[in-house]
Every structure is written in structure tokens, then in C-alpha cells.
Ligand binder design. Sequence first.
Ligand SMILES: [Zn+2]
Length: 306
Amino acid sequence: MYLKDKSSPNYELPATQFITMMESITINTFKVKHLSLLLCLCFQTGIAQQEWRNPLEFPLYLAGNCGELRPNHFHGGIDMKTQGVIGKAVHAVQKGYVSRISVSPWGYGNALYLTHPDGTTTVYGHLERFAPKIADYLWEQQHQLERFAVNLYLTPEQLPVEEDEIVAYSGNTGSSGGPHVHFEIRDTETEELIDPLPYYMHLIKDTRPPKITGLMIYPQAGKGVVNGKADKQELKIAYDAQGKPFIQARIEAWGDIGLAIRANDYMNETGNIYGVKETILQEGGEVLFRAYINRFGFDEIGISIV
Ligand SMILES: [Zn+2]
């Protein structure tokens, strides 16, 4: 996060409470007082949406969520846990047709794309194998092309599927660190990624708030000073009796400064950590910056999304 100050000699950063990790975001503001960063519970901010069926046959637990930060990209879907094993049935979440089958030793591994009448396409990645009618078609094509790695696009008439139909079995293929299903929802027309969580709020327990794990303040080289220094400084986070984080020290700064925060979100009954869905930077009651992960394009997320 980046804050710009040209006129005000001093300002303070009092109680802060925040949510996600961000980098260099430009905000033009001349005077900053009473900054606060708000972190919102992952699922409280989702817009009410239709409830989709779980593609798996057992309770839904996530190993990763949509938009969380990976080393060089934002994660493009949700990673559904498969009880530590491969070979679990994967069902179509809506009726539609197989629009793409891709097989690769990398990335999504064996992946299936189903296109639905409501304008969405669902993607199931790292599969062990496909249901027989899909596997037969794939086998034929692989033989014809004399290639293992293929990327096949199909028309609606070729392989239609019903809602609930078993379309594949979960696996650990491609760039996968353990058995799971990488699940995405895309806008069929624009190919934008849509956060699947709002469709699955009814199946996931999350009463645990996100937690800030770090806050850093960066004077911009030659343009700003924080507490009399030009170096970056870590701000110590303290917690009040209710567990609410705040910054104890008074911070004096002038010029152009940047703010970076690191935070994780959590869900019930799992030890996994997740990215934060919404981050807000406020001055008093005024929102200076808001990041809300709901839908994003491939050009916005980095080089790989699995
Ligand atoms: Zn994934």
C-alpha cells in the first residue's frame, strides 16, 4: 500500500486492524490521520448466491482459497481436500457439456472443463482419471494425435453431462503437492475467474477471523521519512483484551510512504491458512483503498494459477 503526503508534516497511525497482504498500491491523499485497516471475515462479505452442489461426496474442506497469494501468482480457484487420497468420485456441479479436456505432466495435470447453461464453466484439476465415456474419447484422440499431452476442445453435442453425474476421479496429477481437486468457476465468455466460495458458503464453516501477522512501513527513497529514518520499519502489533490488534507506538512521518501488510485467514476444523477476501484502508470513516477478491482476469493474476 502506498500513501502520499505532500503537505502534512506529521501524522499518526493509531489503532489498526487489518486483513490481507498487499504490495505497492498508490493512494493519493494529502493528509492521513487515524488510518485503520479492516479485515473482513472471508464469507461474510460474499453476495448471496445460488447454492451449488459439492463436486465431492464428503464434507468440503479447503487446502487453498481463491485469490490467495502464491509465490508468483494469485491462486485462481479453491483447492478441495480429498481425505488425503486419490480416486474420489468428482461430480458435475450443474448440467452442461465437456468443453475441454487437457492432459499435461505439468500445471493442472488431467483437467476437465464443463460449460453450463448459466454462462459459467467449471474446471476440475489434478484428476487421476476421467469417467469412462470421457476417457474413451480422450484415448481415441490421443491415439489419433499420437500424443499423451493433449488439449482438446469439444462442442456441446459431443459429451453432454447431467448435474450430479460422475465425470472424473480425484488425483494428484500435474503441479500438485498432494491429493486434492483444484476447482474453478469461470465466466465462459470472458474467461474471468469467479471466486467459488459464495456458491459454497452453505457447506463451509468459517467463524474464525483473519489475523494480521505483519505490518511494515516504507518511506519512499528520497521522498519520505518515518520516525526520523529513511529505512523501512516493522510496526509492532499489540492486541487488546478482546484480541483486537492495534499499533501502540506513535508514528511520525512525512513525504511519500508505503504500507505493506501480511495477514492470513482461517476456517473451522482445519489447520490450513488462507488468503483474505477483503481489505479496506480507511482514514477516519473514509475508505481510501479497498481490495475485494471476487472475480479477476488471467492478466491480473500472474503466470500460473493452479
Ligand atoms: Zn489449486
